[in-house]
Design a protein around this ligand. Structure first.
Ligand code: ADP
Ligand code: MG
Length: 610
């Protein structure tokens, strides 16, 4: 292992720079680096899990690459990030926070960050892109899905429905629902695209996530259809749209409109949504409307109201992917990297490892994005391992091949270490570059286990330990609030009424209020912004430390139960989602170990809530 003194110049300067800067600066820099690491950074789970992996594999070399890699990457990949190939339709919590994933105030992870910055293997040419890069890109957020695998029945129903664009009465609407990561957006955009290319069809795709009001919806729709709607009043926008959708002219176009993530406008004035569905179902309408929703309870709330207005859209549910389907999708993607004629081989990830990943994911939420995330991590692991292996081999080779050159190097450079470093670097680079999809070592079950251990393991204490201060603070706030409510309920006369159990589980909004209150009491901790907080809660959910509970009864959603899976996981969304802790009292005791213990104990005591 190389000494820090053998660092190449650039590496050293970055490291020193970071080390020398003030702690807060250092944090910010690291954060920036990790945030712009790649286009998956919007996923709040990312950072969290990364911490876990680090924690799990303490002492292992694979993950402890010198940070310069991150700095490098961030530059080369930012362009990718700003240019998603497919319309991005991330899950709610992914998108709600456009902020850096790691909470701003994760002060206490400084020690950890510092450790990671210490280059364990500075010679490893982490800046060279290996063949694994391509593989990882397959699973990146916003990656082109390529040929969609499976979902034949859904595809057929959609094409049959959309075939009406070329008929004389094209109007109609379809309501597509299913939990996140089941391929709704991918499938619908894929199919709608082929139809929108037909003559006389004008199409628009609107993701309702960013829609702020009815007026905004109408204006966005107009703009998406190529009209200038930005200065119009709501009434004007409505009448412009109406004119378009009900044009009597023979030559008038058919409008194919996709509204994705309509869950988000349900908290607004529903009239705009009703109006669009109404328009699409009206006689002589030229509007073909596809509405996509993630939350299934939306269907319960929204459809009856549509039906009461006698509006009956065609329904298309997307069920969560089964393990076999997930596996099939991953394998198909990986095989696309094999040269023609050799598609029999699955490169980069061993089929058994894919099987394991698929089963884990389908037993949880069936969210394909989760599976992709695991694949990316597994690829990172195997790549890092391969790098250090090649480096080791290169060093051996160098020693064997050029024992006599060493003094020479010393003469030329006045620094033998520098000379050998460069040559080892060159040999490593060459051997890494020589790797192909066929020859690159594959991620094994072992890698997969390592990746999933953090998120799926039952070791609650371990998972708690891996949290950063803000995650702990959020969890403590939740537990403090629950304790508070419980005490209140005991004092009340009828502690077991259903309404009580409902109020047990706070919505994220309520929890955020309580959290702020707890943090600000005696100024123990500077609270996060609400979107940062939501991300933190999201990460806790991913780690299985908090659970989404059903709004009405306050009972737990159990993603493990196959019959329930997917039906309710995505129940409520955004601020209305209710959550409950799933950490035992005993385990909670261990949360206040280590740095920030006082802060956490103060929050956990819940005094500020009284
Ligand atoms: N059948 C499929 N074949 C290949 N990739 C898929 C398939 N279904 C979904 N994906 C991929 O999974 C990810 C999540 O799908 P998406 O359509 O965004 O889910 P949803 O809109 O239901 O939340 C996307 O990256 C998409 O490309
Ligand atoms: Mg979607």
């Amino acid at each position: 292992m190389a000494r820090p003194s053998e660092l190449r110049k650039r590496t050293r300067s970055i490291v020193e720079d970071v080390i020398q800067s003030s702690p807060s600066k250092r944090l910010r820099r690291c954060r920036l680096a990790s945030v712009s690491f790649n286009d998956e950074n919007q996923d709040p789970d990312y950072d969290i899990d990364e911490n876990d992996i680090d924690n799990d594999s303490e002492g292992e070399e694979v993950l402890k690459e010198p940070s310069p890699r991150k700095f490098k990457r961030s530059q080369s990949q930012t362009s990718l990030k700003s240019n998603p190939v497919t319309p991005s339709a991330p899950r709610h919590r992914d998108v709600l926070g456009s902020y850096p994933s790691t909470p701003r105030h994760a002060v206490m992870s400084a020690g950890k960050l510092f450790k990671r910055l210490t280059p364990q293997s500075p010679l490893t040419p982490t800046t060279i892109q290996t063949v694994y890069h391509q593989a990882r890109q397959l699973f990146a957020r916003g990656a082109e899905p390529g040929q969609l695998v499976g979902r034949e029945a859904e595809r057929e129903q959609l094409t049959t429905f959309l075939d009406r664009v070329s008929t004389s009465s094209p109007g109609g609407c379809m309501y597509i629902s299913g939990p996140p990561g089941t391929g709704k957006s991918a499938m619908i955009t894929n199919i709608a695209k082929t139809y929108s290319e037909q003559e006389g069809v004008r199409s628009a795709y609107v993701n309702c996530m960013s829609i702020k009001s009815s007026k905004d919806l109408y204006q966005t729709l107009l703009t998406a259809l190529g009209e200038d709607g930005s200065d119009l009043s709501e009434a004007e926008a409505i009448s412009s749209l109406q004119k378009m959708f009900f044009s009597k002219a023979k030559s008038s176009a058919t409008y194919l409109v996709t509204l994705d993530e309509i869950d988000h406008i349900l908290t607004l004035d529903l009239e705009s949504l009703y109006r669009l569905f109404e328009w699409s179902l009206a006689k002589s309408s030229k509007l073909l409307l596809l509405g996509i929703a993630n939350a299934l309870d939306l269907t319960d709330r929204f459809l009856p109201r549509l039906k009461s207005k006698n509006l009956k859209p065609e329904l298309l549910p997307f069920l969560p992917y089964t393990a076999a389907q997930v596996k099939n999708i991953i394998i198909t993607r990986l095989k696309s990297l094999m040269p023609e004629g050799q598609e029999g081989f699955v490169p980069f990830i061993h089929p058994a490892a894919i099987e394991l990943c698929s089963r884990k994911v389908s037993s949880q939420t069936g969210d394909l994005r989760r599976a992709f995330e695991i694949c990316r991590r597994a690829l990172d692991l195997v790549e890092a391992e391969t790098r250090s292996k090649h480096e080791e081999e290169a060093r051996q080779k160098f020693l064997q091949l050029t024992p006599t050159k060493k003094p020479l190097g010393e003469n030329i450079n006045g620094n033998s270490a520098g000379g050998s470093t460069r040559s080892v670097f060159q040999i490593t680079t060459a051997s890494l570059k020589a790797l192909t999809a066929e020859t690159a070592p594959r991620a094994s079950i072992g890698h997969l286990n390592k990746v999933t251990a953090a998120a799926f393991s039952n070791g609650t204490t371990q998972r708690l330990k891996a949290l950063n201060l803000q995650q702990k603070a959020a969890l403590c706030s939740l537990v403090a609030y629950e304790n508070h409510i419980r005490t209140m309920a005991k004092g009340a006369s009828a502690p077991h009424t259903p309404s009580k159990s409902q109020t047990m589980a706070p919505t994220i909004k309520i929890l955020f209020d309580k959290y702020c209150k707890l943090c600000l009491r005696d100024s123990v901790l500077h609270p996060l912004s609400s979107s940062e907080f939501r991300e933190v809660v999201g990460s806790l959910e991913t780690l299985g430390l908090v659970n989404a509970v059903e709004g009405k009864t306050g009972s737990f959603i159990m993603p493990q139960t196959p019959s329930k899976r997917g039906r309710k996981v995505a129940a409520a969304s955004g601020d209305e989602k209710r959550i409950a802790s799933c950490v035992g009292d005993k385990e909670m005791e261990s949360i206040a170990d280590g740095i920030g213990a006082d802060i956490l104990r103060t929050i956990l005591s819940g005094e500020a809530l009284d």
